[in-house]
Design a binder for this molecule. Sequence first.
Ligand code: ADP
Length: 455
Amino acid sequence: MFKRILIANRGEIALRVIRACRELGISPVCVYSVADRDGPWIEQADEAVCIGPAASKESYLRIERLIAAAEVTGADAIHPGYGFLSENASFAGVCRDCNITFIGPSPEAMTLLGDKVNCKRLARQSGTPVFPGTEGGIEDLEEAVKVANEIGYPVIIKASAGGGGRGMRVARSEAELRENVDKARQEALAAFGNGTVYVEKYLENARHFEVQTIGDNHGNAVHLFERDCSSQRRHQKLVEEAPSPGVDPAKRMKVCESAATLIRTANYCGAATVEFLMDKKQDFYMLEVNTRVQVEHPVTEMITGVDIVQTQIRVAAGEPLSIKQQDIKVNGHAIEVRINAEDPDKNFMPQAGLIETFVAPGGPGVRLDSHARAGYRIPPNYDSMIGKLIVHGPTRSAAIARMRQALNEFKIGPLRTTISLHKRIMDNTEFQNADFDIHWVERWLKANASESVQA
Ligand code: ADP
């Protein structure tokens, strides 16, 4: 097992990894930018190294500084968290070259699954359902037009190297497709340094369904069932839950098993999430694979009892998976809401500054993963998420009731957060009935634009 793990991240996920390290008897080391000097998570580490100025490009994204920090502190492994360099294959490669274990997949497996065209090809071979569309990247516009005419409009043009909801264009007719392929290519080249784009069927009114998987270096891979993340705004998830409500058990098992097969086929070691869209008939289509731990991993931990971060560390250290597929059972229902320092009444304007009041909720089945507390000054430089509130209950409606109470107890001020928005989501009948799709939050916000969400 590792002696020291350097955490190449910040905020709540840095704290989450520190907690996992402590429980495994591993010494955690943090890095921080100048803006994060007073980050409350840092005091939980055994050592901390400043790696540069506030801008991520000058600190959390600087590979050579992270490696130097690992060498100086004697860390034998690096946990990348999510975001930043977590899906950067060259970072994983540099770690390997420096004899530091990257806690995640090999650069080869990351490239294979992280590139959407490659990943879709492999998914087809391993029986994971994918959207109908072009076989690979578009070489010739006429070929794309032919495929689109076969599958029918609307279609979506996507960048193979895309991420963060960028590099996508919907085409509702042949004319729109012809007009947009070149633009999408140029955008992809500018944004990701790779101009490969492909076309697939565009699904309206879908639900987001994602399967948590984990593999080891001994050819084993399991799935930990799924999460539903249909409550989104601007492609950013707001509420996540597990299991996905109302899904046919046989269809669900089939898609979860196909995700584990895909990971196994890719010789994948570590945690990965296979994302799907699900239509009204409960047919599934793979979107992409995320080759890292996800923000919403706690809901899966709550229903399966598997510690995903500890498992990531164990498999990276070469241990075989200690869990067998048949032993993984779903217990109850879990919901997570993202607490963002944003004002839902002012178009989700980010809120930086001092937290004066911070009263955390508690009680049975309530978990708070947050680095924030009273006296913490939120820097303006990073993601606005300051924590995740997760509840677990025997049923979905019990979990909603528990979340409602936890949100009522939770007080953060004076800056505004998404707590008030989540209270309204929990009270919403569409949400309560799981009668939703990935656009429901935006539709609902638009319909209630004049109404304050201040509770
Ligand atoms: P990214 O890597 O940028 O997050 P994804 O492939 O995960 O890209 O897609 C992001 C979002 O775009 C999805 O959650 C969905 O809302 C929308 N989307 C992508 N592909 C499709 C599709 N074929 N049909 C409908 N919506 C899509």
